[in-house]
Design a binder for this molecule. Structure first.
Ligand SMILES: [Zn+2]
Length: 290
């Protein structure tokens, strides 16, 4: 059976195609972008993830991606440390916490990028000289002109600092074959309005755990922002990849407008989602205290 979409040219996408697509969106050497990307979305790419990264780094002045690390470093909350509405799991005993801590990998800046962030980010880490933050749960990596400045803007209590800095630089969000559920910038707008501020726990060094505040949560319903953002979004096709570009400031303004109009805007509706249940709980608490 032929899958839908398998009937187009069938020609492999090249580094040049990707670079041309990026230029069509208006990107150039003065551009700074945070990229969220799916390699599979392109169809077959000659040279794979490395070719996409070469096109990104060769076209844009500064390229930033989320790198994570929570996949390997996360541990449960220790027994007795229960944060309200935190949507996380707590170890039942110190024995089980110690076992989880022993099994986690201590953070170091050369850990692989979290798997859910895709092969393009891992390729940027492996194949390009980069800056990487030291946040043990939610690091970013960046290449190019403003890489140092962006990465230095992250603090343990301010994990999304690099996106704030990117906003100040007039930077853009580039979505390559992924939706707004991957658009981390929307979390920054939520956090500025008091939403999506969770505590998580990670192994920061051998034998050492850390509590990490202000970690964003669920993004399942972020695609609801799409119609609002459409007037500010440039779009093109690269192979089969739908590439979209929108200014960080426009994403922040748009998400802020939606959440101000309805504090529950862009919250996930899934009954079994712990993050959204916790966020809704917090909204009720805020209403009482407001
Ligand atoms: Zn959800």
């Amino acid at each position: 059976m032929i899958e839908s979409g398998a009937m187009d040219t069938g020609r492999a996408v090249t580094e040049r195609d990707v670079a041309e697509g990026l230029r069509n969106l208006g990107l150039n050497e003065s551009s700074s972008v945070i990229v969220h990307a799916s390699l599979r979305s392109f169809g077959h790419v000659d040279g794979g993830a490395d070719a996409v990264c070469r096109a990104l780094v060769g076209t844009c002045g500064t390229v930033m991606m989320l790198a994570g690390s929570g996949d390997l470093t996360r541990v449960p909350a220790p027994p007795g440390l229960v944060r309200p509405n935190n949507a996380y799991y707590t170890a039942e005993s110190w024995e089980s916490f110690d076992a989880a801590l022993a099994g986690a990998v201590p953070f170091s800046p050369d850990l692989p990028v979290d798997r859910w962030l895709g092969r393009i980010a891992e390729s940027l880490r492996r194949s390009f000289p980069h800056e990487r933050g030291v946040h043990p749960f939610l690091s970013f990596l960046a290449v190019g002109t403003h890489a140092g400045r962006l990465i230095a803007a992250q603090r343990v209590d301010r994990p999304l600092g690099p996106i704030e800095e990117l906003a100040d630089l007039g930077g853009h969000v580039l979505l390559l074959g992924v939706g707004h559920t991957s658009n981390t910038t929307i979390h920054l707008a939520e956090q500025r309005l008091g939403r999506s501020l969770f505590h998580r726990y990670a192994k920061a060094a051998p034998g050492v755990w850390m509590e990490l505040p202000n970690i964003p949560g669920d993004s399942d319903s972020f695609d609801e922002i799409e119609p609002e953002l459409a007037p500010f979004t440039a779009q093109t096709l690269i192979g089969r990849c739908r590439a979209r570009l929108v200014a960080v400031q426009d994403v922040l303004a748009c998400a802020t407008r939606l959440i101000r109009a309805d504090p529950a805007a862009l919250l996930c509706e899934k009954e079994d989602c712990r993050c959204s249940a916790a966020l809704r709980q917090r909204l009720i608490t805020l209403r009482w205290s407001g």
